[in-house]
Design a protein around this ligand. Structure first.
Ligand SMILES: Cc1cc2nc3c(=O)[nH]c(=O)nc-3n(C[C@H](O)[C@H](O)[C@H](O)COP(=O)(O)OP(=O)(O)OC[C@H]3O[C@@H](n4cnc5c(N)ncnc54)[C@H](O)[C@@H]3O)c2cc1C
Ligand code: FES
Length: 243
């Protein structure tokens, strides 16, 4: 689907927001993603996956520049058209009987912003958000409690350290971020008997379950595809040692 770019601007260090016109043809669950075609030219050949960070009059993506595809994406301008495929994946399921805790690291905060807005505006329930960044210049939201590794803003240290004492059996954690952060959080959730839904990243070629490029090993030694079985999983399903 070709949609018009409404905004593509830098909002933090190496971080951009891309907003495209919402055609209003579908609903998007928090945690779902789109495969974005970077160019009208053959390069880069493969689409790139990006989670939805906001969904209203526009479909919003927040992306970090890491390689050639995301670098080219920064050059796209308001008024140009871009081809996106989706919504894809399963999304988070919202459970209103538990105390909800959002824990995000770096660009993994992006899908949690949309989740937070749906929990608060549609479900009218409170959730506490904890977002970690390396330093102040990487922060792209003020909608939550902030931790920075270098202490330049908010709590000094890892976001997992910030939430460690809040984990118990009454809590449901929604998490997205770097694998190391998620693994540490999963370990603490096992210890505290806490529930967690986690959005995983993997290299994706097709995004629709065909190429098998995105599989993760499950706790029962099977494999699941992040693109169609996820990207959101119950943390107990995942073989964390294999990630
Ligand atoms: C379901 C899902 C949702 C995502 N949502 C977002 C998002 O909201 N915002 C965002 O900035 N990024 C998101 N990503 C990661 C994003 O897709 C990659 O950063 C992007 O594809 C990199 O493209 P590139 O051409 O710039 O980098 P490449 O040149 O392809 O790669 C550069 C570097 O990035 C790493 N990389 C490439 N693709 C991925 C990937 N899929 N996951 C992890 N590392 C990768 C490579 O290992 C390499 O080191 C998501 C990934 C998945 C699977
Ligand atoms: S990305 Fe191709 S099967 Fe998941």
């Amino acid at each position: 689907m070709r949609l018009k770019i409404v905004q593509n601007e830098q909002i933090a260090k190496d971080t951009f927001v891309l907003k495209v016109d919402n055609p209003g043809l579908f609903e998007v669950l928090p945690g779902q993603f789109f495969m974005v075609k970077i160019n009208d030219y053959p390069f880069p050949l493969l689409r790139r996956p990006f989670s939805v960070a906001g969904f209203s009059d526009t479909i919003d993506f927040i992306y970090r520049v890491v390689g050639e595809g995301t670098r080219i994406l920064t050059t796209k301008e308001k008024g140009e058209f871009i081809d996106i495929l989706g919504p894809l994946g399963n999304g988070f399921s919202i459970n209103s009987t538990k105390k909800l805790l959002l824990v995000g690291g770096g660009i993994g905060v992006a899908p949690l912003l949309y989740l937070k807005s749906v929990i608060e505006s549609e479900y009218k329930i409170r959730c506490d958000a904890y977002f970690g960044f390396n330093s102040k210049d990487e922060i792209f939201t003020d909608d939550g409690n902030i931790a920075t590794m270098d202490g330049s803003a908010g709590f000094k240290g890892n976001v997992v350290e910030m939430v460690e004492d809040k984990l118990n059996s009454d809590v449901l954690v929604y998490a997205c971020g770097p694998t190391l952060m998620l693994r540490r959080l999963a370990f603490l959730c096992f210890e505290a008997n806490c529930s967690m839904q986690v959005s995983l990243e993997s290299r994706m070629a097709c995004g629709i379950g065909v190429c098998l490029g995105c599989v993760v090993q499950t706790a029962d030694n099977r494999y699941k595809k992040v693109c169609v079985d996820g990207p959101v999983f119950d943390f107990e399903e995942i073989q964390w040692q294999a990630l």
